[in-house]
Design a protein. Structure first.
Ligand code: NAD
Length: 444
């Protein structure tokens, strides 16, 4: 594909609307539109028509009907698998188009998005396989009794996705749900609906029966909350921030709806004096700056052992200053713009928060120079005085690394565990005993 593609080319819809029972919903007069921007230019490239409670209810009804009366949950598992394989194949045919839309809407470098798009197609293949091989259980211990467990489709799911990897994460939710015969209403992030909306169309072009996957768009407080609290929803799958996850779980608890949450992190990336420091450096840079730093699994707290800390941080800063910031559509770009203006302001705000807590700015800390437009930020690193600093305890979700220096491996494990999050963790060491101990004792 052409890596220098420009926004505004044909194929970008003027307005993204809901897709219910396989049909795009025509926008009602007087509805609420939100701008969809290209973060590299801050231009509005499309509009999003926000779904109100009535439109959400129509989407739930379509998913309900597809589940209660439609063919999908009743199909032989092989028939569903065939359709999901066709979905995978057609998504691959449209890969360039999806890469373009995703890059246009997120500002994530195009070479990185290609990986997301590959994963999106694989998600449908993978879960089709899992669903066709999963088995029940039989309990035969008690003489005279045969107790068995079978797996049945559960019903209609509300699936809610974030903006940092829209296709990869929305497809993960959708594929896990529908492969097992469930139906759903998907709500992508209001910031990044473009590529996901096209993906949902392609699912239908590949032969998915109408009503199995429905999509509504809009802000969390309007469209999202109407969706999760709708009585026609049987279960909720959510990927997003911890704060939102708490609100969703509370709403789900009230209605006794099962709920799966994938939330934020402030993950420790531990570098010991026994590490191969060049490999650890590559891993640390990738861990915090890939995907424009907007990753749930970012290694955002880099814990370095004192004996190698000076050398490691100096090399990290040197490499960080050489990172190519720029047009996300160019194949050579390593960091693109952040996704939306309020997010850039929030991430930049952490520079002052870090300083107020006594942290030292090692590099970056400003909007990147040389761009007339676009939400560009210099990749940033600070050295925190202690793990209690806010930059060690709060998820920043941008190209913002926080270093901490530790003395012993006991300290590293304790610091890694002193966090309200528990998503992932990394260890760089050539000492196998050290690696095994950290992997056992760090709660991630
Ligand atoms: P967010 O929580 O602000 O929004 C996520 C989604 O929830 C959006 O679609 C939003 O519109 C919706 N939403 C917001 N309030 C809602 C409500 N009250 N009811 C229903 N829906 C609501 O998160 P974000 O800013 O889009 O994404 C970034 C966050 O996601 C980060 O914290 C990141 O770590 C996390 N994340 C986690 C994973 C994972 O797999 N663990 C993956 C990617 C991102």
């Amino acid at each position: 594909m052409n890596d220098a593609i420009q926004p505004g080319r044909p194929g970008v819809p003027e307005r993204v609307t809901s897709l219910i029972a396989g049909e795009r919903v025509a926008p009602k007069p007087g509805g609420h539109d939100l701008p969809v921007i290209y973060p590299a230019t801050e231009q509005t490239v499309s509009l999003l028509r926000e779904a109100d409670a009535d439109e959400v209810a129509a989407a739930v009804l379509a998913a309900r009907d597809a589940f209660d009366r439609g063919p999908w949950p009743r199909m032989h598992v092989d028939e569903r698998k065939d359709i999901l394989y066709r979905v995978r194949d057609l998504l691959r045919v449209h890969a360039d188009e999806l890469v373009h839309l995703e890059c246009l809407n997120t500002g994530i470098p195009v070479h990185h998005i290609r990986g997301h798009v590959t994963r999106m197609a694989r998600n449908f293949e993978f879960f089709a396989e899992v669903a066709s091989t999963v088995s029940g259980e039989a309990y035969t211990q008690a003489k005279g009794y045969l107790t068995y467990v079978t797996r049945e489709p559960r019903g209609v799911a509300a699936l809610i996705a974030p903006w940092n990897a829209p296709l990869a994460l929305a497809s993960m939710r959708v594929a896990t749900c529908i492969s097992f015969g469930n139906t759903c209403v998907l709500k992508p992030s209001e910031y990044t609906p473009l590529a996901v909306a096209r993906m949902v169309e392609i699912l239908h072009e590949a032969g998915l029966p109408p009503g199995v996957v429905n999509m509504v768009n809009g802000r969390g407080a309007v469209t999202g909350s109407a969706l999760v609290s709708h009585p026609g929803i049987d279960m909720i799958g959510f990927t997003g921030g911890t704060h939102t996850g708490r609100a969703i779980m509370a709403a789900a608890g009230h209605d006794l709806k099962p709920c799966i949450l994938e939330l934020g992190g402030k993950s420790a990336n531990i570098v010991t004096e026994h590490a191969d420091l060049e490999r650890a450096l590559d891993g640390a840079l990738l861990g915090i700056y890939a995907n424009n730093g907007q990753q749930c699994l970012a290694g955002s707290r880099i814990l370095v052992q004192r004996s190698v800390s000076e050398q490691f941080m100096a090399r990290f800063v040197e490499r960080t200053r050489r990172i190519r910031i720029g047009d996300p559509m160019q194949a050579t770009t390593e960091i693109g713009p952040l996704c939306f203006a309020a997010h850039l302001e929030r991430v930049l705000g952490y520079v002052e928060i870090a300083k107020a807590d006594g942290a030292q700015l090692l590099t970056g800390g400003r909007r990147a120079s040389g761009f007339e437009h676009g939400l560009y930020m210099e990749p940033t690193a600070v050295l925190a005085p202690a793990n209690s600093a806010r930059v060690c305890q709060e998820e920043i979700f941008g190209p913002f690394a926080t270093f901490l220096v530790y003395d012993t491996i006991d300290d590293a494990i304790r610091i890694a565990n002193e966090s309200p999050f528990g998503l992932v963790s990394y260890i760089w060491s050539q000492d196998l005993g050290e690696v095994m101990r950290v992997s056992r004792e760090v709660r991630a």
